[in-house]
Structure formats: C-alpha cells, structure tokens
Design a protein around this ligand. Sequence first.
Ligand code: ADP
Length: 477
Amino acid sequence: MTKVLHISTECYPAAKAGGMGDVVGALPKYLNDQNVHTSVIIPKYTTAWIESKKWQKIYDSTIEFGDLVVKFKIKKLKKSDLGFPLLSVDIPGYFDRSSIYLAPNGHGYEDEAERNILFQIAVLDWICGDKKSFDLLHCHDHMTGLIPFMIQHCPKYNSISTTPTFFTIHNGQYRGGLDWEYRHYLPKYNLEHEGLLDWDGLMHSLATAIKCAWQVNTVSPAYMQELKQEFGSLTSLINHETRKCTGILNGIDHEVWNPKTDQYLDIKLTDSINTFKQKNKSQLAGDHNLYKTKMLVSFIGRLAYEKGSDLISEALDIVMSKTKDISFILLGSGDATVADQLTLADQKYKKNVRSIITYDEALAHKIYAASDFLIMPSRFEPCGLNQMYAMRYGTIPVARYTGGLKDTVPDITVGGNGISFDHATAGELAHAILRAKVIFDKKKELYKLRYKICALNFSWDHAATNYAHQYNLLINN
Ligand code: ADP
C-alpha cells in the first residue's frame, strides 16, 4: 500500500483559515479509499479543536536555528475519527497561538518566516530521525515550499533524498519570498544548488517548490492555464516547468457538506429542496431581521482584494436604486476598509442588508442552506469551494468567470449552473444580481435550476482517483 504524508499549515476541523484547510481535511479520507494510506501533519496551534483533543507524544528533539536551539515535539491525535491519522508539530513560542496566521492587529505574524521554516525542518527531522518511511510527501502552498529543496540538497536528509514530492498551489498570490538572511536558518545545504532557492532576488519559497517538486498542481485546470498566461514574475518559471504542472479540480467533502445530515442545520433536507430552502431562509431571516420571503443573496468569504469583496457595497447601491425586493446577507472577515464599507451598507439599507463581520463556520452552513443565490465577484479564484457548497445546498452561484469558477459555473445561457459575468466591476456584479432576480421571479426556471445544481456531483472521488494515479506514476517512475 502506498504511504503518503500531507504537510500543511491547515487541516479542517483542527485548523482552517480557508479552502486549503477544507482540502487537507477531506482529500486524505478519499485517498484512503483509493488504497493510498494518507497521514496529515500540521503545526500544533491552540485552536479550540486542537486544545479539546488528546495528543500522544511520539518524538521529541531540537533544532539548531540560527543562534537558538528550539525544542519541538511530534504528537499524534489519540483517537482520530477524521478518517486519517493526524499528527502535529508542537513548537512552544511559535505555534501555541489560537489564530493560524493573523496577529490580534489583523496583520500576519511578524515571525511568519521563522514559523514556516521551523515547521518544515521539524517535519523532516522527525521523518529522518524517527526513520519514518513515506512513499511520497505532498506539500501545500509556499509555507511548505522549501521541503522539496531541502530533502534533495541538505545532506542531513540524505536518507529521503529520492522520495518523490508533490506540491499543490492553492493560492499563487501568496509566495513566501524571504530575505536572503533566512538562508542561515536552513540546515546546511549544497551551495552548488543555491540558485534553486533564488527568484526575484529573494529566497523564494513558491518558486523553489515549482523548481524542485517532482509534480506541481493547481486546484483547478483553468487556474493552471491562467498562471501560464499571467503569473507575474513567475510566468516564465511555470511555463519552463510546464511538463510537470497540471490542474486537478478540488472536490467537496460530501460528509461534512450534506444538507441531509449537516450538524449545523436545525432544518435538514428531508424531501423537497424547495421546502428545505424556504424553511431555512425563514429561520435565518428571522434571526437576522430580514424579510422572510424576498430573494436572499449572500456572500461568504475573506474580505480580500482577490475575492472582489470591495465591489459589493457599490453593487448594493446600484441594485438598491433599482429594487428593494432583494435581501442580502454578507459574512466575511479580513480587510478593515471593506469591513467598514459592508457595515455602512448594513446601516444604510437596514431592512435589506445584514453584514456580519466575523468568521463563523456554523453561520456559513446556515447561509448556504438559506440563500437563493451566492455572489462570488472574485478577481481570481484558484478553485473556489463556496460555489460547490452552495450548489449542493440548492443555492445558485453568481460568479465571475475566472479560475475554478470557469470550470464549475458556466452561465445558464450555455446550459450551465449559474450566472457568470466577465469583469470584476461593481456594475457587472449588480447586473448579474439583477439577472438573478429575473430567474427568481420565474419560479419554474428557479426550481429547475435548483434541482439541477443540487444533483451535481462535486465529490472528492474523482479528484482523489486523479491524485492517486499521479502519485503512482511518480513512485513507480
Ligand atoms: P479561500 O481559500 O481563497 O479563502 P475557498 O472558496 O477555497 O476560498 O474556501 C473558503 C472556505 O472558507 C469555505 O469553506 C467558506 O465557507 C469558508 N469561509 C470563508 N470566510 C468565512 C467566514 N467569514 N465564516 C465562515 N466560513 C468562511
């Protein structure tokens, strides 16, 4: 049986900040069904979930880190009901924080680089020190991007230097470009290969991963195509490495995201999807002081430039100037300016708009269940999971034509699954919402589309088969 270790800074439900957490918490279960015995290792944060569990120490050691000697422990979740073994790297002082990436001031931690480097070294030290044997290491995003380099070029890791590495780009915007000073924190490496660490004059975690990993993928085929056309200074690199680069569309966890059994819903799907939606809408609207029967449009996501969340308040002004027959519920956290815009919109359109500026997993599930439409005005979207969750709950996506949204939300005019628009502007978003209103008012059309999208299969089975196939090609090479 093939043995694979996923190395990641997120894994739902232990620690999630976005889609990568969902992927790492789901894909391993489905890989296990494909005879790929998959374990996951993450940093041991102090999230509520991690703190509530019992962990067993399986290894401890120290890392010489510049002038410091840093102690670490590898711990294993005692009783895992996740469907895969979960391990964690406990490094007191660096990871014992409840927030994964953000300090209380809303900015990234100042010691982000040290944290990422320490995590990667600790994982490799444990694998070699404890003589663990994995057939393949699967690394996720730039936070683990130095691993493919280190195992090949640090003599300390000679014993695993031929282990294949798989690297997934969940979001190419975050690149982990580090000042060259940080090279002193890496274990001794063969200087002849230092060029592999270099891109844009930085020690560049993402570029290094693209150069050194045996296989690189993005989380949708369309996003890989886009990176090959426009990836800033990395465009030439990804084209140079094109032979080993693919796109595999993410799936969704059908156990967690199941309207029939969803633990966060008081009203579950029993027979009719229309009744399910109407009852959930009525409950949510009641809880948030919105109209119970008007068309309900939602947004769930990070308040970040890439998500186009800054376009929403202007689009609301346009829509509200045309009709007050639509309600909006907006759930997000992130950029303070966008948060202020959404809060203002809530105050301005008290009866129609509710803005909830927080991260709330339970509320997100309730919103997917209750909404008629979900907007995703993304400037780019490596895959996007929200549109797939929405569809499973009978909510029609209104999405910009980019990245994974191209693969999953073709426009209804071409027989697709939702409303698609070309440009990330407030005007196009407003126009798309007004198109949604036309569908909402023609109940026959609305119900037909609803039935169609909730029957679509976005489960992980397909992607897991694809990953398993690619792993086997590398392992048996
Ligand atoms: P990304 O990883 O770029 O943030 P994805 O669409 O891949 O975007 O995944 C987003 C995930 O995070 C989804 O599960 C979504 O429901 C969840 N999410 C985002 N923001 C919030 C929030 N404020 N509250 C609850 N869940 C959220």
